[in-house]
Ligand binder design. Sequence first.
Ligand SMILES: [Ca+2]
Ligand SMILES: [Ca+2]
Length: 559
Amino acid sequence: MASLFKKSVAAVMGLREKQEKKRLQANAYEDALKAVADAALNPGDEAPNLSLPLTSYYINSSHNTYLNGDQLTSHSSPDSVARVLRLGCRVVELDCYDYKQYSMKQRGYHASVIVTHGGTLCTKCKFKRMIAAIAENAFFTTDCPVIVTLENHCKAEGQKIIADTLRGVLGDKLYIPKAGDMITPESLKGKVIIRDKRKDDEDKDKDRDDGDESKVAKKHKRRSQEEEKALAEHLEDAKKKVEEEDPEEEVATFLRDLIYVRNTKTKSLKDVQISTLTGKEPFVTSSSWNERKHKKLAGLKVKKGLKKELSAIEHSLHSPGSSEEARPGAMEAWTRSALARVYPAGHRIKSDNYDPSDAWATGCQIVALNMQVTPEDNPLYTNWGFFLRKGGCGYVPKPQFLREGSFDELDQYASGLRTQSLPIKQTLKVNLKSARGWTKGWGMEEAPDVYCVVSIAGGPKQDRGHRKSKTANNTKSPQFNETFSFPLSVPELAVVTLEFWDDDTVSGDDYLGHVSLPVQEVKLARDLTIPLLSESLTLWTKGGGQAFVKVRFDFEEAS
Ligand SMILES: [Ca+2]
Ligand SMILES: [Ca+2]
């Protein structure tokens, strides 16, 4: 049974890889980015400012980039890395493990490094092939720097292989840190930066996602099917093996010269001081938290399982002396001089996503999302729309109040953010007019019954929300003529998404495409005809028909 299951998984994965190759060859991701930007965004009078230190930017980031499907059984594929880079993403994550490979030529085993999701049934792929995919695809869509974040489980021998491979395959594309260098997206164009922990500094540190993986294995075990039982047992075995082999105290000197972004563990922000990078430091520190831990540290959530969000001020009133006690703007202050990485919680085994808005609103730069193709992935659409800004270069400067100014100002913003009482700056009016162009995609009926969900995300919670249009029955050219208003406190971060659906009470609503746009850069006060995208973030061309929405955006200034 287990092998049958494995075979069918392999068949699906083989098909998925073929589809991926086709899309990459057709430049499908670049075409979609360009078509939407041309139709909907202002070209911009000046080039984006890319001369600020790295910590001043939101960076388009992916989680477990090498996987082509779910987090448990999918393939580790260089094509997935290529796809994510071609989508404009600038942070690639590779989980690295030592591997003994048999060589017929040498009649024996030799050391190698592979990339896989440890403790799962995901396939293995050679580290070298992943780095080759980076070398080939990194600067296809934009020349802004790529950060490779290594979840590094290798001993000294493996680390040497990693260092040699990076140097050998990337050549002069590899950035080797030098004290006094200016570290900005502009100065590092065409370069690949390495993010890893320096084991000699941090040898007790465990900064990686796989704390969640034992939970993943447990959850997986609950499935009732016989073959899945076998699968779960295999998972447990694999997990144990990984733990036994895990080298915590290894000292690696081969890699340390290559690391510019240093992972460190940060458990509390209570003593944080405000400081800003100049861009000339010999390294930048960085910490990772999963989405829940981030909320807790940022004071957006008090306890695990407690749904009600409480402001950090209220929190400190209720629990004086608590170790979590920090100024309301501690997270925002911390992210002025360090890079915060946030990643999906371990229960997201289907490669689904969390909403990146909270992390952005609190100044986190590396908000890593699963970029595999999953249905109804609204958070990923938000990310795609957010990073259409600045010509799609993958680096969006944070709003000025997050980069500059006093601690008091930052606290004021942070308190307003957490109590949802920030002043409204502008109201966005979305005038949804019509849509057209579908030839397929709505199931058995002659024509779809179309409705649209208009949503805002990207910034503070008070700015977020969604509104549903009326349903236009049995038509491929629905007319709506409806206007939705969204009051915004931080328009700089807002992303508007229009999702289209075919209403279907029998078999469930069918997805008909979407488009996400950064509110700051949309063309205002005129009718726009914008192409819709599919779930894989290519143009919606199911059955050969390209679907479009006709919409108009206006701003009303707060009086
Ligand atoms: Ca990982
Ligand atoms: Ca229908």
